[in-house]
Design a protein around this ligand. Structure first.
Ligand SMILES: Cc1cc2nc3c(=O)[nH]c(=O)nc-3n(C[C@H](O)[C@H](O)[C@H](O)COP(=O)(O)O)c2cc1C
Length: 213
């Protein structure tokens, strides 16, 4: 099938787009307002965008409290949402009024960060302390602005629960991070496989020949 997104004539009961961009990692974002209010909310239009220095982004479909707080105080934290924390993660996505601390509402523990003021979620096995870099307003190909934004941050500090470090490597699957799919679907990473990247074209060809032969 094919459909164009201006007509959205897919004929399906629900838009399949988010089921294609799946699995999406979840940035479970803590932020703090200028007056000190704490906010926690999940964003699955989220990813790392660079490794040296490490940078992350998340996209807000409209201006929401996380974006407003981050632009006010220029800092945020990305906590890792895991299988064990799935219910709490979901709870923090509810449309709480501004000023309500979703961390407390979900029964989570706030742990202090080292380099930024917003707290991290103590129960999360990893957290990235971030300095706000920029907001990119989203627009269409004619330059018409939407009420949508990409918020970009530079990671200045990293917390890792050392129970998940095995033989010097962080065992992602052991942490069971959850990811968002389409509709109300999620997935959980509980196993992984290893595949080394070819270091040259010659190596790629040699690998292909070994497989063919
Ligand atoms: C798993 C999950 C992922 C979400 N991803 C996004 C997202 O990428 N962008 C967005 O604007 N809202 C997203 N939402 C909805 C926000 O979490 C929700 O609007 C929340 O109330 C925003 O909180 P805030 O206003 O405190 O920032 C997501 C919700 C869930 C449950």
């Amino acid at each position: 099938m094919f459909y164009s997104t201006d007509k959205n004539d897919h004929g399906l009961p629900h838009d399949p787009f988010k089921a294609i961009i799946a699995p999406r990692p979840i940035g479970w974002i803590t932020s703090m307002s200028a007056s000190g209010a704490i906010n926690l909310a999940p964003y699955s239009f989220f990813n790392g965008v660079r490794s040296k220095p490490p940078m992350v982004m998340f996209a807000s479909e409209t201006r929401k409290d996380s974006q407003t707080f981050i632009e006010e105080t220029k800092e945020f934290v990305c906590n890792l949402a895991t299988w064990d924390l799935r219910e709490q993660m979901n709870q923090t996505s509810a449309p709480y009024p501004r000023g309500v601390n979703e961390l407390e509402e979900a029964g989570l523990t706030a742990a202090p960060c080292r380099l930024v003021k917003p707290p991290r979620v103590a129960e999360a096995p990893c957290a990235l302390e971030c300095k706000y870099v920029q907001t990119v307003p989203l627009q269409d190909h004619h330059g018409h602005l939407f009420d949508g934004f990409i918020i970009i941050g530079l990671v200045v500090g990293v917390h890792i629960d050392e129970r998940y470090i095995r033989n010097g490597l962080l065992d992602s699957a052991a942490m069971k991070p959850i990811a968002r799919g389409g509709y109300h679907d999620y997935s959980v990473l509980d196993q992984s496989f290893t595949m080394r990247r070819p270091t040259s074209v010659a190596e790629t060809k040699a690998l292909a020949e070994t497989k063919a032969g």
